[in-house]
Design a binder for this molecule. Sequence first.
Ligand code: PHE
Length: 339
Amino acid sequence: MMKAKISLLKEKIEQLTVANAEELEQARIKYLSKKGEITALFEEFKSVPNADKRLVGQLLNELKDIAQTKIHSLRKSFTVTRGVDTDFDLTRTAEPIPVGTRHPVSQVQNEIIEIFSRIGFVIAEGPEIEDDWNVFGALNFPPEHPARDMQDTFFIEKNPDVLLRTHTSSVQTRVMTTQKPPIRVLCPGRVYRNEAISYRAHCFFHQIEGLYIDRNVSFADLKQVLLYFAKEMFGGETQIRLRPSYFPFTEPSAEMDISCNLCGGQGCQFCKHTGWVEILGCGMVDPDVLRNCGIDPEIYSGFAFGLGIERITNLKFQVKDLRMFSENDLRFLEQFVSV
Ligand code: PHE
């Protein structure tokens, strides 16, 4: 009687299949729990005649073993295991690692540097925290000049003045006072102005300024270098236009426009229907500035130019809001795939 029950149960357990962990737990309860069928058989075993006890006991223990092993192996198949001892597919491709892109302002800055380095300009850098002399004094800004005013300049200390540079011309002062001509430098860097932040103005932005000092440098050299730059940067058909302007440190001074690269000079919303967009300021270095920096203006002459990198970046990519450049929004930055 017992033997028949045991072999029936054994068969059932061996054929046991479950669909999920819950069913498995039910099976465990059904056979192995305190009120389970196997436990019940152990109860019943007490009334087995002594002569049969040995054999039936053996069969019963065997059945319990089988049940436990079965439950255990089924449980294993429901547990997610990690590590090299499981089915680890070494041929699978790796998780893609997102690769960053270079910031659009850096991309344009590098492109400008590359264009000028082809005609012999080298990079010069200087500190963002400066004194009055390097930013204004040496560059002919009279003491009452509005650019020195609290509204434009971020001062860190007064008397003697320590301030955040408002243009990278301060690097040119440093180069002129420490190097002898011929000088051919490009000064890229961040500059600060105390402006209300809006879609078209920010309290910091980036500039590249150029300085060329040698014997017999003329305005014609300046114009030719700028035309070369405009064509390299915006395409061979680009035209330039120089308009008289004023800067304290250059004489004569000019502002340069390029033919609008969006409408090709026909006139559009971007160029305010003029066909031209302003991109930089330039001029011949004022003899007084050369003298201030220890260079003899009777022997040497030079030109300088300065442009805002964000402005050029806007011309290239038509970014509507300048603030996007400093907000670190990946949705914006990821669009500028760098090479
Ligand atoms: N430093 C000027 C500015 O910040 C730009 C400039 C540089 C103009 C060199 C002329 C020559 O606006």
